[in-house]
Write a protein that binds this ligand. Structure first.
Ligand SMILES: [Zn+2]
Length: 258
């Protein structure tokens, strides 16, 4: 049970979700007390940051070392044309302040990697990865598994996307993908292209899964990957097992796997 009560303004602002049986006043207090790190303020991170802020997640850490570029704006809806050249973390913080001043935002203008991930991610309830490379995703996964933090890892290219939720104790991102692919083997959005709205769908799935984890609602989230094909279109949840030899999670305590 989270202590505290909601203000009149909060009751109005969040009324459409407080009315949901699975949220209510207690769920809203849980969101207000929650801390979420978002890795990457780009095509996936944009809807994640916007929807988590709009939903009243109390503390957001936005980790991004990049600056807004003109060719980002087709999908990175956090940022405006006037922000071209500005650090994405700054642009994101300004947008969140305008959307919901109740949310506390901490910005980190660093590139997350295996060396700094544990320190940057410690203390969060959920980490949402919207980075554009496997090296960052593996670093996020490994740090979250070690620290018992729920990771929500997303990826998108062309018209396809995927979301892997790794709650504490569940099979992890490394169980699914094994070793990090060699640089150049995986096509990038720069080379292969991506429809902005598809990135938006994947980011919204990540935001929804993060909120679901914080609220403790719906089906268990571990051990499956959500696959989106926006051309057909269809969304599938495909189960995957733990890799008994996984260097990240084999032997990890199997406790709550929601
Ligand atoms: Zn694993």
């Amino acid at each position: 049970m989270i202590e505290g009560e909601l203000s009149e303004e909060e009751l109005v602002r969040y009324s459409r979700q407080i009315v949901l049986r699975e949220v209510g006043g207690s769920g809203q207090l849980r969101l207000r007390a929650a801390s979420v790190a978002v890795v990457g303020a780009g095509g996936l991170g944009s809807p994640v940051v916007l929807y988590l802020a709009a939903a009243g997640v109390g503390r957001l850490t936005i980790i991004d070392d990049d600056r807004v570029a003109l060719d980002n704006l087709q999908r990175q809806v956090l940022h405006e044309t006037a922000a071209v050249g500005e650090p994405k973390a700054h642009s994101a913080r300004r947008r969140v302040a305008a959307l919901n001043p109740e949310v506390s935002v901490r910005t980190v203008e660093q590139r997350l990697d295996g060396a700094n991930a544990a320190g940057l991610l410690a203390g969060h309830d959920v980490v949402v990865d919207g980075s554009d490379n496997f090296s960052t995703k593996f670093a996020v996964n490994d740090a979250c598994v070690r620290q018992g933090i729920c990771a929500v890892v997303g990826g998108v290219i062309r018209y396809e996307g995927q979301v892997v939720v790794v709650p504490p104790g569940a099979p992890c991102y490394r169980c699914l993908f094994g070793e990090e692919p060699a640089a150049g083997l995986v096509p990038s959005c720069r080379a292969a292209g991506v429809l902005g709205a598809v990135a938006g769908m994947v980011g919204c799935l990540q935001a929804s899964e993060a909120l679901r984890h914080l609220l403790g609602t719906g089906d268990a989230q571990g051990g499956r990957v959500l696959l989106l094909d926006a051309l057909r279109p269809r969304l599938r949840a495909v189960p995957f097992p733990r890799d008994p030899g996984c260097p990240a999670c084999a032997g990890a305590e199997v406790t709550a796997t929601r």
